[in-house]
Design a binder for this molecule. Sequence first.
Ligand SMILES: Cc1cc2nc3c(=O)[nH]c(=O)nc-3n(C[C@H](O)[C@H](O)[C@H](O)COP(=O)(O)OP(=O)(O)OC[C@H]3O[C@@H](n4cnc5c(N)ncnc54)[C@H](O)[C@@H]3O)c2cc1C
Length: 487
Amino acid sequence: MKESPIVIVGSGLAGLTCAWAATEPCVLVTAESLTSGAASMWAQGGVAAALAPNDSTQDHADDTWRAGALAGDRAVIDRITGVAPEIVRLLTELDVPFDRAADGSLDLALEGGHRRPRVAHAGDHSGAAITACMASAVLHSPTVDVRENQSLVEILADDHGAVRGVLVRRTDGTTETIETSRVVLATGGLGGLWGHTTNPTTALGQGVALAARIGARTDDLHLVQFHPTALDVPRDPLPLLTEALRGAGAKLLADGSRFVEELQPRDVVAAAVWEQLGAGRKVRLDAREIPDVTSRFPAVAAIAEGCGLDLATDLLPVRPALHYSMGGLTVDQHSRTSVPGLWAIGEVSRTGLHGANRLASNSLLEAVVTGRAAAQDACGPLPGAWAENLPQVDPATVLPRNDIATLSVQDVRALLSSACGVLRDGATLERAVERLAPHTGEDVPYVAWLIARSALAHPHSIGAHRRTDDVHARNTDRTETHQGATA
Ligand SMILES: Cc1cc2nc3c(=O)[nH]c(=O)nc-3n(C[C@H](O)[C@H](O)[C@H](O)COP(=O)(O)OP(=O)(O)OC[C@H]3O[C@@H](n4cnc5c(N)ncnc54)[C@H](O)[C@@H]3O)c2cc1C
């Protein structure tokens, strides 16, 4: 079946990169119009790469490893951070308008957890700038058939468990089966499953659900990152106040006093903010001392203004919000999942790069690297042995779909928010698993069940969350990283 087109699902940076890099005909299916509903468009910071003269890919790898609470896959970290400078050059050749210093070199920003200024950015709208350039390249490609407003609703497998096609549903409700032996999932994250999120509310982890139902292995689904500084206003999703603000000198205040070193890794800052809120204090971000803050951060200034706040003169109310999923569909270096013919790229995948906590601006990088790897692999000769180094799937997690629709998305969001927050405990998680179990025939509760089940099975504080019932809590103070970051 190699002659059938490759089907790529999702038009964020990962899916677009895969379509652009594919040397064979492919169909790009996406739920809305091209790039809509993609978190890639919302990224403010940029792409991390060791490009400064005093930097090295080894240092980038070490920072990634350390931010991930030493839980990442070191070989993957070395490989992906190692190609990061090449990825920024590639994006530059695609005309991404990265900001430049006066001498023409890239203007690299400092973000939390990085020891050096390392983030190539296009103002504070980097994701939109990068994704738009990649989308333009895809639209000019003669080998890509773009199908907008079509959602993947089922991945079809043959009797041997290999991919044989996909079922897509158009917005008018009609469906179509596309036969293919090669499917690349680029459906993004699952932050919309939490009550407070910075993700598109459509980011409900459907790629995880559809792949898990045909036997794809998942790992680390309980490892989710909370951004410490979402703007706490009555909006859904919550607007993000980029970490670059703290990199530029913004301070966090609880009832007017500083309580945390702002450039520590996200989990440390998020836990500190969560604790302050839990103690009934009001937490605010003070960006007033940043010179020219409004012109340096025009997108953030516009967000604040839209909420009736002035970045240059007001204190901004903040709270942690679900921001990124470190776990997902387990993949190897070619982006292959455990299901023959199924690749996963970008945030829906679990590569091992992020460990228990993603380092800022490493995920756009991962989207490009994994998207390109999947394209190269899917366009090459298909191997006899498939992803042989991946561990087997736990059969207890492979559950069929049924038509019992009884739990609303709002109910699921409330459940996960209370059970799987920055602070969590076994008893609450156990109740959440029990509550979700009867509803796994539906995709949204199914993914939530996989997440809660994974959290219950890992009873330790690590990376992005703290188990309040973990008697052997690990020391998560990584001040050394912070000192480097501010040096
Ligand atoms: C506010 C915000 C700021 C961020 N800032 C940064 C940053 O500065 N640097 C950084 O590295 N990372 C950042 N991130 C994270 C980063 O944006 C994401 O991890 C990355 O863009 C994910 O890319 P992706 O292509 O995997 O998924 P996405 O960009 O989310 O794209 C997913 C695509 O899949 C489609 N889709 C989903 N389900 C289906 C379906 N069933 N059928 C068809 N299509 C489907 C969606 O419509 C969308 O087109 C940020 C994230 C957010 C939310």
